[in-house]
Design a protein around this ligand. Structure first.
Ligand code: IVH
Length: 669
């Protein structure tokens, strides 16, 4: 490779890897598998070795991907949190063993552990009390998630054991069992929420939630793999972990002391087949030198210790033929390419379809019809295509092109700058979008119309009884009973439920309209500022963006929505049917949910004024106090809240609740 080519490739790889790091660590939503990621990283590392003149500080080969989100306070790690060198090959593991052997003439012991797939955490204890828990962050500093960590039941908050050092750090992986993950997803599907992709992303995402109560409702566990202190109880890793287990930490029983690399291989092959039986996902095995003095001698590279290595299992994959690609249009008009495959058995089930995500992914794979493709079923719900076996390609096979027109209505597709997906802009007449918007309108979090499922909507739609959701309010019993599969009883229940939906509060109605980018939270913010729909219809982009949570993208979408005459007609018809298009805060925010709670208000707020919040506290049975004490239930904390109050709250363990969480508490949902 020429120097100029190498330079260009190195730059491209760095940009790609950084993007994948961001997706994995911050968004918890990766586009590629670990294996593909490691291939990119390996290519970069090989190029940097061949062309050392292009090595720079901060290259992904020498840094740790960062999970920092700026929503938490950040703290430095006393001991940097490094990554591990990875390998998928037996040969490289033997090379690792050979390198270790070179460093010592003594016999070597390895500790084998499972590599849990979750999010890493570092917890400091002082005098036996849990002091602070920090995420890995960029390896040097991470987010303070102590309040969330304190909700995890298998992490001791206080240790009285005599052998503990005055100050020590426990490192482990925060994981979610597959059972908890499946239950959570069942609940989400029932509540018409998007299911989570896999336990790893869910655990990592949960750890970064701003409300510890939601964290507590999604049981997480911490599996400990490291003990650090100025003076450790033992001179080897294995005994230190056993010691930590005696202090109450969950050190997995699976850890093994191995006397040579062959025993390590036995451990690896044992868990390769047994891992399905574990309650958690693992993605490999970690091999660590047991002796701490040998660890010290071996030291670290910029990114990882030389005394440890991760042997990763490849996610199960199969190869099969790509028969065709179809394009699906979702409720919001997003077009998703789906690969139709020659059926193939993978991880116990037959796979016929796989997601291709978007046009970039198709281009990245350089996909052709009848290609032999590799399909992987990692933690994801839908299998994905991870690569193409080019040796099987037929010269004449057709390259897969992304479509330019909507497969449902023929409208030319649009792709906005900076967004990955194409979408169909014909939201008023494109059938899946029309039906999807009706489904959204009736859903529990919107108008909450029971008895009308996807099938009934289809039925009403195909019988030309509805074209948009305002038509629902004109439906009559005699029209419904003539439809097949709909008895008189269910027809009249549907009509009752439609009638009842007239009482739905304004913020839910606004959410129900399905304006692009106006989700539940944004709808609530908007109705807090624009108390009637007419105020909103008349608002210009400047007035809209003056509301803190509304950026130019949301503002433009709102303006475009109301600029459309058909939308205004729908709103008028809804209005004439009695649907609420103004805020009636008086009845909405009164209750008894804050009974006996003592609440301090501090800082600046966006949705309501301090006086309004004070009134809400009182109307909901709470008491508003001015100074933080042991009796304070929580602080309603706005922006720039006073430093002294913040410190006092921390000292006394008084939780800080932001205005959105507070409004949720009093039933503004
Ligand atoms: S040891 C310096 N042990 O894998 C040693 N890590 O790529 C670093 N992990 O961030 C960690 N199971 O989150 C270690 N038994 C185990 C592990 C483990 C999972 C994760 C950890 C770390 C990443 C390293």
């Amino acid at each position: 490779m020429k120097q100029s080519e190498a330079k260009a490739r190195i730059n491209k790889l760095r940009r790609e890897i950084e993007e994948h790091n961001h997706r994995y660590y911050v968004l918890n939503q990766s586009l590629i598998s670990d294996f593909e990621y490691d291939i990119l990283l390996n290519e970069l590392s090989t190029l940097e070795k061949t062309f050392p003149e292009f090595i720079i500080d901060g290259s992904p080969t020498g840094t740790v991907g960062s999970d920092i989100t700026n929503e938490f306070e950040q703290y430095e790690h006393r001991y940097p949190m490094l990554s591990l060198d990875n390998t998928y090959s037996e040969e490289e593991l033997r090379e690792f063993d050979a390198r270790i052997k070179k460093a010592t003439s003594e016999s070597i012991e390895y500790v084998c552990e499972l590599k849990f797939d979750g999010a890493s955490i570092s917890i400091t204890y002082k005098n036996g009390v849990l002091f602070r828990a920090i995420t890995r962050g960029d390896g040097n500093k991470g987010d303070d998630v102590t309040l969330n960590i304190k909700t995890i039941k298998n992490i001791p908050q206080k240790i009285t054991n005599k052998t503990i050092p005055v100050e020590f750090v426990i490192r482990g992986e925060i994981v979610m069992t597959r059972a908890v993950f499946n239950k959570l997803n069942d609940e989400r599907i029932k509540a018409e929420l998007h299911p989570f992709a896999n336990p790893r992303n869910t655990a990592a995402g949960t750890l970064k939630l701003l409300d510890p109560r939601i964290v507590a409702s999604r049981p997480l566990e911490c599996l400990v793999y490291f003990l650090l202190a100025e003076e450790l109880p033992h001179d080897n890793h294995f005994d230190n972990l056993k010691e930590a287990s005696g202090w109450g930490f969950s050190v997995p029983d699976s850890i093994r002391l191995c006397r040579n690399i062959d025993e390590v291989f036995q451990f690896i092959s044992y868990w390769e087949s047994e891992r399905e039986k574990l309650p958690y996902d693992i993605d490999g095995v970690v091999v660590k030198v047991n002796s701490l003095s040998l660890q010290e001698e071996l030291g670290f590279t910029a990114k990882s210790p030389r005394w440890a290595i991760a042997y990763k299992y490849k996610a199960e994959e199969a190869s099969t033929m790509l028969l065709s690609v179809t394009f699906q249009v979702g409720r919001t008009g997003t077009v998703t390419p789906v690969a139709n495959l020659e059926p193939v058995l993978l991880s116990g089930s037959t796979v016929k379809r796989a997601t291709l995500h978007n046009a970039d992914q198709i281009a990245l794979l350089d996909l052709h019809l009848n290609d032999m493709v590799y399909v992987e079923k990692g933690g994801e719900i839908i299998p994905k295509i991870i690569g193409v076996d080019h040796s099987f390609r037929n010269e004449t096979s057709k390259k897969i092109e992304f479509i330019s027109n909507c497969p449902e209505c023929g409208t030319p597709l649009i792709k906005n700058e900076g967004e990955a997906n194409h979408f169909c802009p014909n939201y008023l007449h494109c059938p899946p979008q029309l039906k999807g918007r009706i489904e959204h309108f009736i859903s529990r979090k919107a108008m909450g119309i029971d008895g009308l499922g996807e099938e009934t909507i289809d039925l009403l739609f195909s019988n030309n009884l509805i074209r948009n959701f305002s038509d629902l309010y004109d439906l009559r019993l005699e029209q419904l009973v003539t439809l097949e599969r709909l008895g008189e009883k269910s027809a009249s229940n549907i009509l009752k439920s439609i009638k009842k939906s007239i009482e739905t509060p304004y913020h839910k109605v606004l959410f129900a309209l399905g304006i692009r980018h106006v989700g539940e939270t944004v709808a609530k913010t908007i109705t807090g500022r624009f108390r009637t729909i007419d105020d909103l219809i008349n608002a210009d982009p400047e007035q809209l963006t003056s509301v803190r949570e509304i950026g130019p993208k949301i503002a433009a979408s709102i303006v475009a929505y109301f600029a459309d005459k058909e939308n205004l007609e729908i709103i008028n018809r809804l209005k004439s049917n009695g649907i609420k298009f103004s805020d009636d805060k008086e009845t909405r925010l009164t209750g008894n949910s804050l009974h006996d709670k003592i609440i301090i208000i501090s800082g600046l707020f966006h949705k309501y004024s301090r006086d309004e919040y004070k009134e809400m506290i009182e109307k909901n049975g709470g008491k508003n106090a001015t100074s933080v004490s042991g009796n304070t239930t929580f602080i309603l904390a706005g922006e720039n809240m006073g430093q002294s109050k913040k410190e006092k709250a921390k000292e006394l363990g008084v939780p800080l609740i932001n205005e959105i969480e507070f409004l949720k508490m009093i039933g503004e949902d």
